[in-house]
Design a protein around this ligand. Structure first.
Ligand code: SF4
Length: 246
């Protein structure tokens, strides 16, 4: 894909949503970190429901440690993998207190050393809590990057590195949220809404003529009607059902 098309894609996504952000509810870097850890293979909606009650009683490492693993499990038991997540969160809180004075570090290496925190989670926290131009590739971004031709790749790490290399600087910080929201609501895994897609004329996938005009109710888009499996090629990547954690 050439630079002009790439730029045009981000300009349109920006025009539609000038200030994109995560759908996870949080007030502090710590609340965001815990929400992102919880969002692995869970919807943002389910995480927001759990944290709405959890954060009323415990929203700092110290308070979560005091709450204890058993009580934490009660708050998050409707979220997938909650047992492992509860164990990781308690260990994560302990480490934050021991090594970082209870604060969330703003460095990738320190973040990835925390239990339950992989490259994707670290990218989300660095981007959303600390304003760094990282691009966390989840299942949605992986799919959109491959379908559109923005950054074709076989692994999440390959896609992330291509996006970082080719995305113009002015779009880099928000690219993560634009692409994730586009994948979640328009370029969906099973039924991409090509007829109403704002970047359909820029997408590398070949569309049927009716779709290019936005007049077809159904897309004749056979290669985009199934999810593209994510091959994880980074250190500890994970994917969410909704691309949550963003
Ligand atoms: S035209 Fe279709 S495949 Fe391309 S980005 Fe839009 S929804 Fe996705």
């Amino acid at each position: 894909m050439n630079v002009t098309k790439r730029r045009a894609i981000f300009e349109r996504l920006r025009a539609a949503n000038p200030k994109p952000t995560t759908e996870l509810v949080y007030r502090t870097p710590f609340e965001l970190l815990i929400a992102v850890v919880l969002s692995a293979q869970a919807t943002d909606v389910s995480v927001n429901k759990a944290t709405a009650t959890l954060y009323k009683v415990a929203n700092t490492p110290k308070k979560l440690l005091a709450l204890g693993e058993a009580n934490l499990k009660e708050h998050i038991r409707r979220i997938g993998l909650y047992q492992t997540k509860a164990r990781n969160i308690i260990a994560l809180c302990r480490l934050l207190l021991e090594k970082h004075g209870g604060e969330v570090p703003a460095e990738r290496e320190a973040l990835e050393a925390l239990p339950g925190v992989g490259r994707k989670t670290a990218n989300v926290v660095l981007n959303t809590a600390f304003g760094q131009p990282t691009i966390a590739v989840d299942t949605h971004i992986f799919r959109v990057a491959n379908r559109t031709g923005l950054a074709p790749g076989k692994t999440v790490l390959e896609v992330e590195q291509k996006l970082l290399k080719t995305t113009p600087d002015e779009f880099k910080h928000d690219a993560h949220h634009w692409l994730i929201l586009h994948g979640r609501y328009v370029c969906k895994a099973r039924n991409p809404d090509c007829p109403h897609c704002p970047i359909r004329d820029l997408c590398d996938r070949k569309l049927a003529p009716a779709d290019q005009n936005g007049t077809s109710a159904k897309t004749a888009h056979p290669r985009t009607t199934r999810a593209i499996p994510v091959k994880t090629g980074s250190s500890k990547p994970h994917q969410n059902k909704t691309g949550g954690a963003t």
